[in-house]
Design a protein around this ligand. Structure first.
Ligand SMILES: [Zn+2]
Ligand SMILES: [Zn+2]
Length: 421
């Protein structure tokens, strides 16, 4: 049991759970590479100011959810609550603009938010995301959404919906905000406490409030307030998606929580997940790079929550291979059998088999028990007899079949057998 417990909203990931992580990370990397993305790893700690500036002072994240502390040098440090701000910071700090535009980056890693933990919402959660810097073309928005769709499909998911909206730009959004303020003015006393505050600070969030959903239904929609530039952009994106036969819905309530988005915003919802149903979200953010000190650079990206994807995979009963399966356990007993065991282990690994070499001083009987616990498919046994005759005894742990083979043939026989079963 132990004296120490992990914090609420964090988890230890191991055993059968691990296969989902291998699978999701592997598939994501494959697809990102196919689309010409390169990986970026940024620090988990960043200056607090970065998130205040980028995510926005008025957002729930900055107001109440960040893990912020002072380090021994008196700096205000924050565990990153999302991935985009750090990637943008890195883009500016490393002058990646010189690497040619657009540049395509992806990241995989933990994020931290102090929220009330529930299914699909953890305090340490993990995201996989992409960012494209240096292009404002509708085709880059379309490719981002096409990639997201291809990724989810390749994971084996079917029950999801792509929802798109345009949230306008610096030119047209102020007018839309005014229209919203006008609409909500008389309703204000009826709204929830949070929305009453957001009315002044972040009025568009009133549209995605879960409590005040009824009022949002009749609210003016942003598509009707877009400037010509935003309207043309949105129509082109839609047109590309139609040409590629991507299924989507236009949803005026997609506003995204963060201040830095502009134009295209999208979310992908899984239909089986209840309250925390958004498995992927993203959009265009054309002013963020400039906001944190870079040259004006348009950008677009998305983030996908690994924990929620796992819930979705389980919900849809997607079968996933476990890469941690042990093909062969090597058991040995008697003088000099340990050296033979090391050599056999090397031979088998060279053939691509997954090998668990016994590392403890114990009887063959107890080694067999251990082989069973680690779910080894085969056990290769080297005793004094086998050592003399240059053979190995193989036991198939699934069928119970046991036979002796000349050592030379062991790798080939095991490889064939483990492929067959
Ligand atoms: Zn606009
Ligand atoms: Zn509300």
């Amino acid at each position: 049991m132990g004296q120490y417990k992990k914090f609420k909203g964090t988890q230890d990931i191991f055993g059968e759970e691990s296969k989902y992580w291998y699978f999701i990370e592997k598939k994501s990397r494959e697809i990102f590479l196919k689309y010409g993305f390169k990986e970026i790893k940024t620090p988990i700690i960043e200056p607090t100011e970065l998130f205040k500036r980028s995510v926005g002072e008025s957002t729930d994240i900055v107001q109440k959810e960040m893990y912020t502390f002072e380090d021994k040098g008196g700096r205000s440090v924050t565990l990153r609550p999302e991935g985009t701000a750090s990637v943008v910071r890195a883009y500016v700090e490393n002058s990646m603009i010189n690497l040619g535009s657009p540049i395509k980056l992806y990241y995989i890693g933990p994020m931290f938010r102090y929220e009330k933990p529930q299914a699909g919402r953890l305090r340490q959660f993990h995201q996989i995301g992409i960012e494209i810097f240096g292009t404002d073309t509708p085709i880059s928005d379309a490719e981002t959404i096409i990639l997201a769709d291809e990724l989810l499909k390749s994971l084996g998911l079917k029950n999801y919906k792509i929802k798109i909206n345009s949230i306008g730009c610096k030119k047209c959004r102020p007018k839309y905000r005014e229209a919203l303020k006008e609409y909500y003015k008389t309703l204000l006393p009826n709204l929830c406490h949070d929305c009453q505050k957001r009315y002044e600070t972040n009025i568009m969030r009133l549209l995605d409030c879960k409590i005040d959903r009824e009022y949002a239904k009749k609210a003016p929609i942003i598509i009707d307030h877009l400037c010509d530039d935003c309207k043309t952009h949105f129509n082109k994106v839609i047109n590309y998606l139609d040409s590629m036969e991507i299924k989507y819905e236009i949803d005026p309530k997609i506003v995204r929580g963060l201040d830095y988005y502009s134009k295209t915003a999208f979310e992908i919802e899984h239909t089986g997940l209840g309250a925390q149903s958004v498995i992927l979200g993203g959009g265009r953010y054309n002013s963020l790079v400039e906001e944190i000190g870079g040259k004006e650079t348009p950008a677009i990206g998305f983030g996908m929550g690994i924990e929620r994807i796992i819930l979705a995979l389980k919900k849809e009963n997607v079968e996933i291979d476990n890469p941690e399966k042990i093909d062969v356990y090597i058991a040995y007993s008697g003088e000099n059998t340990d050296i033979e065991a090391l050599k056999l282990s090397k031979m088998l690994k060279n053939e691509g088999l997954k090998v668990f070499l016994n590392l403890s001083e114990r009887s063959i009987r107890n080694q067999m028990k251990h082989a069973n616990k680690v779910n080894a498919h085969f056990v290769a046994i080297i005793g004094e007899n086998e050592l003399k005759t240059d053979t190995v005894t193989i036991k198939n742990m699934t069928t119970g079949e046991q036979f002796e083979v000349e050592k030379f043939w062991v790798p080939q026989i095991l490889k064939e057998k483990s492929l067959l079963e």
